[in-house]
Design a protein around this ligand. Sequence first.
Ligand SMILES: Cc1cc2nc3c(=O)[nH]c(=O)nc-3n(C[C@H](O)[C@H](O)[C@H](O)COP(=O)(O)OP(=O)(O)OC[C@H]3O[C@@H](n4cnc5c(N)ncnc54)[C@H](O)[C@@H]3O)c2cc1C
Length: 449
Amino acid sequence: MIDELRSTIAGPVLTRSDEGFTDEVAAHNTIAVHTPEVAVGATSEDDVAAAVRVAAKHAVPVRVLATGHGTTPSMAVTDGILITTSRLNDLSIDAETRIAHIGAGCDWAKVVAAAAEHGLHPITGAAASVGTIGYTLGGGLGPLARTYGFSSDWARGFRLVTADGTVVSANADENPDLFWALRGGKGGFGVVTSMDFELVPLTTLYGGSMFFDTEHLAPVLTAWLDWTTTAPESVSTSVAILRLPPMDFIPEPLRGKTTLNLRYAFVGDSAEGERLLQPLRDLAPRLIDAVGEMQAADIAQIHNDPTDPGPGWVRGVMLGGLDDGFAKTLLEVVGPEQQLPLILVELRHLGGATHRDVPEGSAVGGRTAEYSLSIIGVPDPSLFDTALPPLVDGILKQLAPWISAETNINFAGGLELPGSYEASWPAETFSRLAEIRTTYDPNGLFRFP
Ligand SMILES: Cc1cc2nc3c(=O)[nH]c(=O)nc-3n(C[C@H](O)[C@H](O)[C@H](O)COP(=O)(O)OP(=O)(O)OC[C@H]3O[C@@H](n4cnc5c(N)ncnc54)[C@H](O)[C@@H]3O)c2cc1C
């Protein structure tokens, strides 16, 4: 099989003992160490198709690695072919139609920068280093979610290699069932080689991040929750309880403390954005206040997610409507009085455009949620299988009255847990995804639980 791959594929074909293998399969989440039988560094759609045909002939499983942001320990690949997409990084923008043609290896940073040259902006997630395709296949909820919805709502078409090694287009006119599935249904349908994505005309925002000290955390969080109940959909916000270590690279006012980070993004006139924010600003003095008019291209500065690879452990759920009882319980279980090995507990306000599906319909999970809740453990791998799971299980048990039955695959984390995939879509959507998958990949070549 290896010789066959090497004779048909222009890019590197590497086995475990080959030089360059470790770098080829390295993931952003360093906790997952991939050791597939062979890594194929695709340089073109033809390379992807050839690799899939060889895999199908030998009945060897195929998986895809872009940036490795989505990787959890349980997702470490130990067999078959791992196709890496980083070299499929062509990007072109048609400013007239506002469509970006995005190669599967592009991350959001590249698309954001190129779109900005035309006064345009892609609806992205919080972190610029996340891969465009893996993210959009899961739906994608970012800092502008309430105004513009899920990122997958802006996907206008995909090209992908299906299990028989053919290249197909999936859009509103061609293979619409597959198009429906790829907008939120995540994995198991094929290897996406490129995506057409509609950009929005947007150059500036009123947005950024502010931080409140420990003693103000509880009142600000409670008041923010109340504020969200009347917030218009032109504004998307989130809060995060941060427990940052006492290390030099952390800004001094936040070092070694439990603080509340409020993230704010308003689309429209800056004066109106400032006016809407004022009641939150008035709640308490800010340790840092970096909210103001900003370039849309700097959107990653709203969440300031880490950009360097490292070990990560996350668990997430979606929430329905929240009340004072939720705030009280949340603060009891993860508030500043608790000593917890959690670096972040984040609530994002959803609704507005996230509640409205695209006219053709799409597979995305979590469409009805009002908020998301994400919990990230300290980046100490010795806790990932020991202290963190029971701790977070206990926290989620306390919050159970507010947790929705359905989550979203990009937010779920804990994908090793039984039922986690089923819970990432409404039951009907899950069944339809399974049917479509059977149609396009009857032998389960593309491994996706
Ligand atoms: C720091 C950080 C911030 C994040 N912020 C957000 C956020 O704001 N909003 C949000 O919705 N999510 C967010 N996520 C979650 C992220 O969207 C998912 O983890 C996503 O799967 C990452 O995709 P990737 O391609 O970068 O990662 P990878 O781990 O390389 O890919 C993940 C999966 O995507 C699929 N995939 C990737 N490329 C292809 C392809 N070409 N063809 C077929 N399948 C493919 C595969 O199933 C693969 O296993 C964040 C994650 C991290 C670590």
